[in-house]
Design a protein around this ligand. Structure first.
Ligand code: FE
Length: 583
């Protein structure tokens, strides 16, 4: 799907056009373009004849968002998609198109009720842009006007609409506490600008803020001075956002909603961009002015993007879950959340278990959240706790609370399967479906101790010389029916994590006998088991079918303990089908 070209213009319905005139030119540094016969004003920030309309009215809110398409046929194709998505969309009159200064324009409301316009063919100004006050230039042109943070009725519905119908791509997400306010924002791009739109929770106005960007940070400072001089109410001091890297401040427009004025926004290259979730809204700054002189509390630095040394794993996000513990996770995609819980072999992590799976599931329209269990991957590994299933379940509860996942489907492999079952039993209101690949806890302890893979694993972790790449390779080979699938990459990645794990993790990892509890699961269960599993006895597949009220269990031939690795395509299809349609 081709995406929209850019955010072409914005229009505001304002009580005082006069106040906006001096604000737009005097504080923001825009150039007055036209005085329209309906009493509206339009302003320029670049070669486009009109980028911002200020229209007389009573709302003091966003009046229209104008998205530009590449050309007429692209416009008509987008209009068709909006129609097919069940939204009423109509072409505006010639008179309105002339007022906007565009060739054709269609109007509809987005799922959050935001008046939205699709157009092509903007009028370009005949004279060069000249700001009354800006010393550098606005960053606009092919990147569009700037960005908007919009209110939604249902964040998921709006996110899907912007991605599936309008062709936006997810840039990243911020889930953070901001001075007692829970921010949960998804950022989307349609050209190189990090985001042209962000979607947040429902609020009183259609718009949280709009942003304009300039080339120089001095122009940000100068705008801050002008805002102070004009008596504009500053709402957030100068700061920098971790995701788009914007150096900016926030203040109130004459209509009461905020604007952001910034510089240095990041450019997104789709070929190499991986969406991440941040747990802070700002790396530093962006404080309400009321905290000046009263103390800020402790700031937690945000991890920079990149990869972990040695492996191919991109850096995810760390979220604090209390008691000085943090969990590392990957978070990609937009849609109903699906939590992936990995197994417990030495060096295990969400990435090593599910790297072939979670991006595909995300692509199919889900939010894939892949945490590292405490003691594993890049999460905290305290040496003073017992890694019992009870403790890890409690930590997982704190994790889903911290990442604002209300209800999710859980995919669990081996120990992660046992954790998924225990979590669903302890917190049934938070779980919608379970996908279990050879979950633990379905046999008494003695049955596991007889398994070749478990015996090899215990031997490797109890070796007085510590775990080596060779002993790890021997254990990992036993996970697979086809040993040739075990690459050096997997061994190295797991080894890098294994050497950071205190011996207490494996020594205190315990799983109770869960089979007698399976009948208490109310959710649909998809079970998958490899017939050649050397870690969890294949008899567990039968325990799932007889124990669960509502299950479908598939036994795979020529498959070991890692169904999702050895039969990744089959596994992904089965998951997507089950997640979308159930049993
Ligand atoms: Fe912003």
């Amino acid at each position: 799907m081709t995406s929209l070209k850019q955010l072409g213009y914005v229009a505001f319905d304002v009580k005082s056009v006069a106040a906006w005139e001096s604000f737009a030119s005097g504080v923001l540094g825009m150039q007055l373009s036209s005085r329209h016969s309906n009493g509206a004003l339009s302003f320029r920030i670049d070669e486009y004849a009109q980028r911002m309309f200020v229209e007389p009215g009573e709302l003091d809110d966003l009046a229209a968002v104008g998205w530009e398409t590449e050309n007429e046929s692209e416009l008509l194709r987008t209009v068709e998609r909006v129609k097919n998505a069940g939204r009423d969309i109509e072409e505006a009159s010639r008179e309105i198109a002339d007022y906007r200064g565009v060739k054709r324009v269609f109007r509809f409301r987005d799922p959050g009720g935001v008046p939205t316009e699709l157009f092509y063919g903007p009028t370009l100004a005949s004279a060069p842009f000249a700001s009354p006050v800006i010393t550098s230039r606005f960053v606009a042109g092919k990147f569009g006007f700037g960005h908007l943070v919009l209110s939604t009725d249902d964040q998921l519905v709006s996110q899907r609409f912007y991605v599936d119908v309008l062709g936006f791509r997810l840039s990243d997400r911020i889930v953070a506490d901001v001075y007692g306010y829970k921010a949960d924002l998804s950022f989307f791009h349609t050209n190189g600008r990090h985001h042209s739109v962000a979607l947040g929770a429902k609020q009183k106005k259609r718009l949280n803020h709009f942003m304009v960007e300039v080339e120089s940070i001095d122009d940000v400072g100068l705008a801050f001075d002008r805002a102070l001089k004009a008596g504009v109410k500053v709402t957030q001091t100068i700061g920098r956002h971790p995701n788009d890297g914007m150096f900016s401040f926030y203040a109130k427009t004459p209509s009461g909603f905020q604007f952001e004025f910034g510089a240095g926004g990041r450019i997104v290259d789709d070929a190499s961009w991986e969406p991440r979730t941040y747990n802070q809204i700002s790396e530093w700054g962006h404080h309400p002015p009321s905290v000046i002189g009263s103390g800020l509390g402790t700031a937690v630095p945000v991890k920079q993007p990149g990869t972990f040394t040695g492996g191919s794993e991109p850096r995810g996000t760390l979220v604090e879950i209390g008691d000085r513990l943090a969990m590392h996770f990957h978070d990609v995609g937009v849609g109903p959340p699906v939590l992936f819980l990995h197994g417990s072999g030495p060096g295990a992590s969400g990435w090593s278990n599910f790297r072939r799976n979670f991006p595909v599931i995300a692509e199919a329209g889900f939010r894939a959240v892949v945490p590292d269990t405490l003691g594993f991957g890049h999460s905290s590994k305290p040496e003073t706790v017992d890694y019992s299933l009870e403790f890890l379940t409690a930590c997982l509860k704190r994790f889903v609370d911290a990442t604002k996942i209300d209800k999710c489907a859980i995919v669990g492999n081996s120990h992660g399967g046992a954790l998924a079952i225990q979590f669903a039993l302890s917190h049934p209101e938070r779980v919608s479906k379970l996908i279990l690949m050879a979950p633990g806890g379905l046999e008494e302890r003695e049955a596991y101790m007889k398994m070749e893979g478990i015996r090899a694993m215990i031997k490797a972790v109890r070796d007085p010389g510590g775990i080596t790449k060779e002993s790890l390779r021997r254990v990992l080979k036993l996970q697979l029916f086809d040993e040739s699938l075990l690459t050096d990459d997997i061994v190295n990645e797991r080894y890098e994590v294994a050497v950071t794990q205190p011996s207490r993790v494996m020594a205190s990892l315990t799983v109770p006998f869960l089979a007698p509890e399976l009948h208490r699961l109310e959710v649909p269960v998809l079970g998958l088991w490899g017939q050649d599993d050397k870690f969890c006895p294949v008899s567990g597949a039968g325990a799932l079918t007889t124990g669960c009220k509502n299950s479908r269990v598939t036994l795979l031939s020529q498959c070991g303990h890692w169904v999702m690795v050895e039969h990744a395509d089959y596994f992904n299809r089965a998951c997507i089908d089950f997640l979308k349609f159930g049993i």
